[in-house]
Write a protein that binds this ligand. Structure first.
Ligand code: CMC
Length: 432
């Protein structure tokens, strides 16, 4: 009897057939389990960029790119951005359910207790040139955490894993703000545990020892939203990097440092920095059509940064939340006539009416508006990707923790289609 939940393949070279099981998830396309292909057929599969390949099973985040839906543990991102806090969302991502009040208070306190970094870690910053890119510092310092917290490095001990997770979540804003302070030659500001997660970060970024610093609540709330919106995003390039590094048994600080490196690229987390650079390059609304044309020219490497996404083919729900938030923040900060925002709106309007962008389903992504808000907050452009890393850290941790208890966990080791020379004999240099 034929089983409906299989895919039958025939190797036409040999006539041999194989039935591969099809597994359905809670949502999204079902997957064909191809693990048997090599054993039964002696074949590998080829899928550069993982366009059709699921690398793992996961219960954390789900995207429906056709409908523009993003869920964390089943909850729509719009509801979380509107009603939750970053700390509560972090609990949800890490533990699977929303906390009750006392669970939330305990979690909040636990994070607060771990916000300081080892004093010696601060010396580490002095080794970096003053003009180092903050992401370069971030990759190094997060990796260096493994040299400071030996008591939580046993990846097979659940208590160690939990402690590392809390340490990363708690210390990442302190590390990020210190990257900025180092770059402008100001003293590091210690965490203020009376403030919430976002407000504490703003204080560590902008306070100076000689003056009182008051956090603007509208700015703190907007930052909290930005953190929620960036917190996790399925098996994207940096998360997959964290999983791949973690699958070797590397400690979580090392794995997350690898993820930060992957996030840096302009096709991924580096896009928010690239959006601002692009807006400055475009300069005025009159120049928009010229740049829209450039983006379509196959001989020009220019792309509209902040547009397009591998998964979203309708709209990026995070961008829609941020567009509204940008208006609020600019008003609260008295930047009503922000020329960059006006330029961004015009660019978005023209691109969304353009045949090329419509046909290729290219919509503004999360990076298109985050940079404008962050810029209005006074955050310099070269810190934007650091902000992204700070937010995504909890997603990386949640995915790493999930992987560590996955019964299918094995070292990640892709195959390849080798097209180099066949075996040949070495020739001495004088006979080549
Ligand atoms: N501007 C102009 N053309 C574009 C753009 C763009 N931003 N994005 C894609 N295209 C074109 C691309 O040239 C290609 O055309 P053709 O079919 O003629 O070769 C087609 O659309 C498909 O693009 P792709 O590069 O094959 O698509 P992808 O899924 O591999 O890449 C992407 C997705 C995000 C890397 C790409 O859209 C891009 O480079 N966007 C700009 C960078 C950016 O904003 N990145 C942030 C992503 S969201 C944050 C995150 O998750 O990290």
């Amino acid at each position: 009897m034929s089983n409906k939940n299989t895919l039958t393949l025939t190797d036409n070279r040999t006539g041999k057939t194989i039935s591969l099981p099809i597994q359905a998830g809670t949502a999204g396309p079902p997957v064909v389990d191809i693990r048997g292909i090599y054993g039964d057929f002696g074949l590998f599969t080829l899928d550069p960029g993982f366009k059709s390949t699921a690398s793992c099973t996961s219960n954390i985040t789900f995207i429906d790119g056709e409908k523009g839906v993003l869920l964390y543990r089943g909850y729509p991102i719009e509801q979380l951005a509107d009603q939750s806090s970053f700390v509560e969302t972090s609990y949800l991502l890490m533990k699977g359910e929303l906390p009750n009040q006392s669970q939330l208070d305990d979690f909040d306190q636990l994070i607060t207790r771990h916000t300081m970094v080892h004093e010696q870690l601060l010396n580490f910053y002095q080794g970096f040139r003053r003009d180092a890119h903050p992401m370069a510092i971030m990759v190094g310092v997060v990796g260096a955490l493994s040299a400071f917290y030996h008591d939580s490095l046993d990846i097979h001990d659940p208590r160690h894993r939990e402690l590392s997770a809390i340490r990363l979540l708690a210390k990442i804003p302190t590390i990020a703000a210190a990257c900025y302070k180092h770059s402008i030659g100001q003293p590091f500001i210690y965490p203020d545990n009376n403030l919430d997660y976002a407000a504490n970060f703003l204080k560590m970024m902008f306070a100076v020892p000689g003056q009182n610093y008051q956090v603007n609540p509208v700015v703190a709330r907007a930052l909290d939203k930005i953190l929620i919106l960036h917190a996790d995003h399925e098996q994207n390039a940096s998360t997959s990097t964290v999983r791949l590094a973690g699958s070797t048994g590397a400690n979580p600080f090392a794995a997350i440092s690898a993820g930060i490196g992957a996030l840096w690229g302009p096709s991924h987390g580096g896009a928010n920095e690239a959006v601002l650079k692009m807006l400055y390059e475009i300069g005025t609304v009159e120049n928009v059509p010229k740049f829209i044309k450039k983006a379509q020219d196959p001989n020009d490497s220019f792309r509209l940064m902040g547009f397009g996404h591998r998964v979203y083919r309708n709209h990026d729900p995070r961008a829609q939340v941020l567009k509204k938030e940008a208006k609020k923040v600019l008003e609260a900060l008295d930047h009503h006539d922000d020329p960059l925002f006006k330029l961004a709106l015009e660019l978005e309007r023209i691109a969304l009416e353009d045949e090329y962008f419509i046909e290729k389903k290219l919509y503004p992504n999360v990076d298109f508006y985050s940079g404008i808000i962050e810029s209005a907050m006074g955050i310099p452009t070269n810190m934007f990707t650091v902000m992204f890393a700070m937010a995504r850290c909890v997603g990386w941790i949640a995915q790493w923790k999930e992987m560590m208890v996955d019964k299918d966990l094995v070292i990640g080791r892709p195959r390849q289609l080798y097209q180099g020379p066949a075996q040949r004999n070495y020739k001495a240099v004088n006979s080549r």
